[in-house]
Structures are given as structure tokens and as C-alpha cells.
Design a protein. Structure first.
Length: 205
């Protein structure tokens, strides 16, 4: 294989975080990591076109073509194994994962969430924080353990709410924080700096 650390990105929509990872890769901001595959459950999603234009291989599928989630995840797992993928990076992938992938890639699958977990898990996290009236929110990169945003925290970045904020402005700053933090965390994994001990995650300096 041509690179030392191979990642697959799972996404379902526009692909803004996929693009941030791709841009970081081109600028050597992912360390030795290289995006070797995009997995997408919506073949017509803009992220799939982003991958095609960038020359990244894709695994596109329609979940309705399968009886069970485990069936299409088994196909995905075979594709990941064939490509010798080291790390799965979830970037707006809108489907819950089963043990078929979670168990096989435990400790090697990460997700990014737009809040400071464990606060505001699940959907519309930015809106949840806004409605609650918090003074600080942010983004979290965490390992995937099969629960809803329950995996061990790898890294977080705080984003304050400003006195004259609007929800749109807050969302923009949170998405900017995501695009900065996620490539950095991927580079840590590629460099072998992430040590997991139960729920404690240490990043070696």
C-alpha cells in the first residue's frame, strides 16, 4: 500500500467536514493519513460529487436495498478490510451503526459532535444549547461505542456565546471549530499519539 495510515470517511450530506479533511490532507495537515474511501448512504448527496471531483474512491449504497443494517454494514466492512483502512472518520453520517462495524473498529472509529459532550447529545445540538441559554458550547471529537454520542472524548474545543449572537452566527463559529479540530485529531491518530484506557483518552505530546 502506498501510504502508512489509511482513513475512510463516512458522510451523508453536503460534505463540509469531508472537504475540510480533504483540504487538510492536500496541505499535509493530516500527518501521514490519507483519505482512501468515502462511504455514503445517499448516492446523490453532494459529498459523493466532492469525492469524485477529488479522485477519492467511493462506496455508495441505498439502505432500502437491504433487509437489515447489518447486511450493508457487512459489505462496508469487507470494503474497508480490502483497503486496509486504519481509521473510520464519521463526518455527518446520519445512520446509527451496528456491532458489525462498531465492534470491529472499536477504538479506531471517531465522530465529531457540535456540543461539549456529554451536554446536548443527539440531533440539533447547536439549537439545544441555544435554547438552553448556555454561555459556552463547542465541539467534541469522540470515539464511537455504539451509543448516541456516548463514546470516550478525544478532544474538545469551546465556543462561547456572545452577547450579540444570533443562532446563525453561533452555528458558523461551531462549524469553523469543527473544520479546525477534526483534521488535527486525525493527524494525532496517524502519528500514534492517541492512547485509550477505558474512558480516559490521552494524547501524547
Amino acid at each position: 500500500m502506498s501510504c502508512s495510515y489509511r482513513i475512510a470517511v463516512f458522510a451523508s450530506g453536503q460534505g463540509s467536514n469531508f472537504q475540510a479533511l480533504l483540504d487538510a490532507s492536500r496541505a499535509a495537515g493530516l500527518g501521514s493519513a490519507e483519505i482512501v474511501l468515502l462511504v455514503c448512504d445517499k448516492p446523490l448527496a453532494p459529498v459523493a460529487e466532492r469525492a469524485r471531483q477529488a479522485g477519492v474512491d467511493t462506496f455508495l449504497f441505498n439502505p432500502k436495498d437491504y433487509e437489515r443494517r447489518e447486511d450493508y454494514e457487512a459489505e462496508i466492512a469487507a470494503e474497508l478490510e480490502r483497503r486496509e483502512v486504519d481509521l473510520i472518520v464519521l463526518a455527518g453520517y446520519m445512520r446509527l451503526l451496528t456491532a458489525v462495524l462498531v465492534d470491529r473498529y472499536m477504538g479506531r472509529m471517531i465522530n465529531i459532535h457540535p456540543s461539549l459532550l456529554p451536554a446536548f447529545p443527539g440531533k440539533n445540538a447547536i439549537g439545544q444549547a441555544w435554547d438552553y441559554g448556555v454561555k459556552v458550547t463547542g465541539v467534541t471529537v469522540h470515539l464511537v461505542d455504539g451509543g448516541m454520542d456516548t463514546g470516550p472524548v478525544v478532544a474538545q474545543e469551546a465556543v462561547p456565546l456572545l452577547a450579540d449572537d444570533s443562532l446563525d452566527a453561533l452555528e458558523e463559529r461551531i462549524h469553523a471549530a469543527e473544520k479546525k479540530l477534526y483534521p488535527q485529531v486525525v493527524s494525532w491518530f496517524a502519528e500514534g499519539r492517541v492512547i485509550v484506557d477505558g474512558r480516559k483518552v490521552t494524547v501524547l505530546q
